[in-house]
Design a protein around this ligand. Structure first.
Ligand code: COA
Length: 196
């Protein structure tokens, strides 16, 4: 079962920053709204993410940052590389099926950042929450996202229709699932490899 987000003590106890080899994942603030709206305002991003509007304005970014603060979404992170924001990664824990989502500004695609950020967020989820599964989806026309999910250990679980705000319609989505057991085996395997 997921932990109760209304518990201030638990939220304060969770780390607010996740560091990976090249990236820092941190909570977005109102100081980031210009950058978030500039990065997110691209149809290639909106058409592959379920809830991003297009065009994406600074007001959309303000509403997003306020909502993450208000609802205690301590699993939503701005991704930074060398202190430059490059995108967002987050886990929506508002339903029993916790779901991973991510996007990067187009100029930052193709450098492995999404995989690295997704791994950081996944570790955070399994280390800080007691959920047993993490879900994710990629449009069937989105091989980059599917690759990221598979590299993180997600397993395909079927195809569903999901509504995409920017499309104004529903479209087929490959659904994926990562269990705590698979995550934990992959972690042990990669730390054993590092020690060799
Ligand atoms: C999906 C997205 C986050 C990928 O970002 P990224 O930093 O380029 O991803 P990575 O570099 O970590 O990994 C992408 C992988 O897909 C591969 N890939 C990229 N485009 C591809 C394509 N058209 N066909 C096949 N594979 C492709 C890359 O080669 C890479 O695999 P590799 O490491 O084995 O070479 C980025 O394209 C994006 O923001 N897209 C729009 C939003 C989105 O789709 N979000 C995910 C849905 S929630």
């Amino acid at each position: 079962m997921l932990q109760d987000f209304s518990s201030a003590t638990l939220q304060e106890a969770r780390p607010s920053v996740v560091a990976t080899e090249r990236l820092t994942l941190r909570r977005p603030t109102l100081a980031d709204v210009r950058t978030i709206s500039r990065l997110a305002n691209d149809r290639r991003i909106a058409e592959n993410t379920r809830r991003l509007p297009h065009p994406y304005s600074q007001d959309d970014a303000v509403a997003f940052v306020r909502a993450t603060a208000e609802f205690g979404s301590d699993s939503v992170f701005l991704i930074e590389h060398d202190t430059t924001p490059v995108g967002m990664v987050g886990i929506d824990c508002s339903t029993p099926d916790a779901e991973l989502g991510f996007w990067l500004g187009v100029e930052h695609w193709g450098r492995g950042f999404a995989t690295e950020a997704a791994r950081g967020a996944i570790d955070f989820f399994f280390e800080e929450f007691d959920g047993d599964h993490l879900h994710a989806g990629a449009r069937v026309t989105n091989p980059a996202s599917r690759n990221v999910l598979e590299k993180c250990g997600f397993q395909w679980s079927g195809v569903k229709l999901h509504r995409f705000l920017a499309l104004g319609s529903s479209t087929p989505v490959d659904c994926f699932r990562l269990s705590r057991g698979v995550w934990s085996s992959l972690k042990s395997w990669s730390s054993a490899r590092r020690m060799r």
